[in-house]
Design a protein around this ligand. Structure first.
Ligand SMILES: N[C@@H](CCC(=O)N[C@@H](CS)C(=O)NCC(=O)O)C(=O)O
Length: 220
């Protein structure tokens, strides 16, 4: 038996969780809604039954021992604790939480700029020209302040995974070249991708078959 990650067949809000599971060597399988997107009322009812929330339940991680985790940021932290990707020192915990929130700020801005989901071309263009560079620059600034090659010192933590997901899946995959002005982040991206578990996952069929956010999401 393996853990089940309930979400759409897309990167979206589940992807940092997938990367953390991969880096932490926690086997998992993706469970997609029958009928795809948008989910049917039956699917939503199943998610509510399993996750318990009357609002949003996916991404939702169902563990082999029956525990079910919802809310992407909380799921990411839970996986971080299970897999040793969460720092233990108090000061480093604050920094980790703060970086996860910085990543979420970028993700929220990115979601606001999807032309296919109703954003104006003006909003999409502002994302490309101003909003994304602002957020990417803020990440680069903090990476420079780190005592090591990763955001929180010398080893990979869930802060790196959250920032990687935001900078790449919600940033440079939508705006190719977005990291070109940020050499520190560019070499850090290569480091994150060289993690054994992440490298294997990014080369897998499971990853290849996911819908990713590309330049077309910005009306280009
Ligand atoms: N705050 C939640 C938001 C979850 C959310 O908005 N999920 C979207 C997909 S990205 C959804 O379709 N949820 C449907 C549902 O759970 O019923 C989280 O971060 O997990």
């Amino acid at each position: 038996m393996t853990a089940k990650l309930h979400y759409y067949q897309a990167t979206g809000r589940a992807h940092a969780i997938r990367l953390a599971l991969a880096a932490g060597n926690i086997p998992f399988e993706d469970v997609y809604p029958v009928g795809g997107f948008p989910p049917s009322e039956d699917v939503r009812a199943q998610w509510r039954k399993l996750g318990g929330n009357t609002t949003n339940n996916v991404p939702m991680l169902e563990m082999t021992d029956g525990r079910v985790f919802t809310q992407s940021q909380a799921v990411l932290r839970a996986v971080g604790r299970m897999s040793g990707l969460m720092p233990s020192e108090e000061g480093l915990l604050y920094l980790t939480d703060k970086l996860i929130a910085d990543a979420e700020d970028l993700r929220l801005e990115s979601y606001k700029s999807f032309v296919a989901w109703g954003a104006s071309q003006e909003t999409a263009d502002a994302f490309i020209e101003k909003v994304l560079p602002l957020h990417i620059g803020n990440l680069e600034r903090q990476l420079k302040n780190s005592s090591g090659d990763y955001f929180v010192g010398q080893s990979l933590t869930i802060a790196d995974i959250a920032c990687y997901d935001a900078a790449v899946n919600f940033g440079s995959s939508r705006v190719p070249g977005a990291l070109d002005q940020f050499p520190g982040l560019k070499s850090w991206v290569a480091k994150v991708e060289s993690n054994e578990g992440i490298k294997k996952y990014l080369a897998s069929d499971s990853f290849a078959h996911l819908m990713k956010f590309g330049p077309e999401t910005l009306g280009k």
